[in-house]
Every structure is written in C-alpha cells, then in structure tokens.
Design a protein around this ligand. Structure first.
Ligand SMILES: Cc1cc2nc3c(=O)[nH]c(=O)nc-3n(C[C@H](O)[C@H](O)[C@H](O)COP(=O)(O)O)c2cc1C
Length: 164
C-alpha cells in the first residue's frame, strides 16, 4: 500500500485517540479536520448545538490544510457520532472531496453502540470501496489500551486484505 491517510474529526479526543494509534502503527499520514468555529468541548451546550448541526446536516467551514486526500490510495476515516449520525466536519469533508472509487475504511466513536450512525456513514460513502468498519464506545475512557490494540489489528488486517 503506497500512500495511506488517516482523516478524522474529534471534539473530545476519542476519535483522535484512535486516529493517532492507527496512523502511528501503520505509518500513515494524518489529517485532523478542524472547523473554523469549534464548539466548546467543556460546555454541556455542545450536545445541543452539535446535535442541531448534525441533524440539520450542516457543513461547517473547515480550517485549511495542506494535504490532498485524493493523492492517497487508502483512507481511514473516523468520526464521533453526533445525533445518530457522523459529525458535521466529516460532512464538509465529503462534500469537498469526491472519494468515489477510493479504498476507504471507517470507524466511529459513540456513547452507545454506534450502529445506526455507521449505517448512515456507509450510505454517505456508498460510491467508495469500503474495506472495513469498526465501532468504539468512548475508547479514551473505556479500556483504552484494548481499544488501541483492536484499532491497530483492524487497520493492519485491512491493509493485508487489500494487498492480497
Ligand atoms: C453533539 C453530540 C451528540 C452526540 N450524539 C450521540 C448519539 O446520538 N449517539 C451516541 O451513541 N453518542 C453520541 N454522542 C457521544 C459521542 O459520540 C462520543 O462521546 C464520542 O466518543 C465522542 O468522540 P470524540 O471524543 O472524538 O469527540 C454525542 C456527543 C456529542 C458532543
């Protein structure tokens, strides 16, 4: 696998935790999506505003970045679950880049099981080659070392599968 990229958004660090574990283990580039206007991660109001943005399918403006995701052969894409779907910055990213035909692997971090949001995430990426999917329950708080190992094994499996 020549070029691999880990793309993610994270408000409270769970998705970031998994992203960094994967990127380091497989030696991939990493791209953190950051909205120009970020919610206050410390405030309880984040549930209201974040849930509203996600439900309304908002696509917040992202801070600029240097990386061109279309240059990569395999993209790991990770998001927190907001209001039973993927997060608004990921929606902005998917609008900006047409990933049709790309090799993709998806993960979500949720407070619950994340099943519904994973289905919506896959639906939004149905024109891509989805090579794998995995869900985590707030991995930074719940057995982080296990979650990290699980994420790394998952990512390595995908790379192996694509090679063969
Ligand atoms: C605005 C908002 C909405 C959320 N909605 C859901 C939800 O619908 N279902 C769920 O299981 N977890 C929900 N959560 C919990 C997050 O998905 C969970 O804490 C996740 O691990 C956060 O990832 P992060 O730390 O990378 O931001 C929500 C969190 C926020 C901030």
């Amino acid at each position: 696998m020549s070029k691999m990229l880990v793309v993610y958004y994270s408000l409270t660090g769970n998705t970031k935790f998994i992203a960094e574990a994967i990127a380091e283990a497989i030696n991939a580039d990493i791209l953190e999506l950051k909205p120009v206007k970020e919610l206050d991660a410390e405030s309880g109001m984040k549930y209201f505003w974040g849930g509203f943005q996600a439900t309304m399918k908002k696509k917040p403006k992202l801070k600029e970045f240097e990386i061109n995701p279309l240059d990569y052969d395999l993209i790991f894409l990770g998001t927190p679950v907001w209001a039973w779907t993927f997060s608004p910055p990921i929606r902005s990213f998917l609008k900006k880049y047409n990933l049709s035909g790309k090799n993709i692997a998806l993960w979500v971090c949720a407070g619950g099981d994340g099943i519904k949001s994973m289905n919506r995430f896959k639906e939004a990426l149905k024109d891509t080659n989805i090579n794998g999917e995995i869900r985590f329950k707030e991995p930074k708080q719940n057995a982080p070392e296990n979650a990290k190992e699980k994420a790394i094994a998952w990512a390595k499996d995908i790379i192996q599968k694509i090679k063969n």
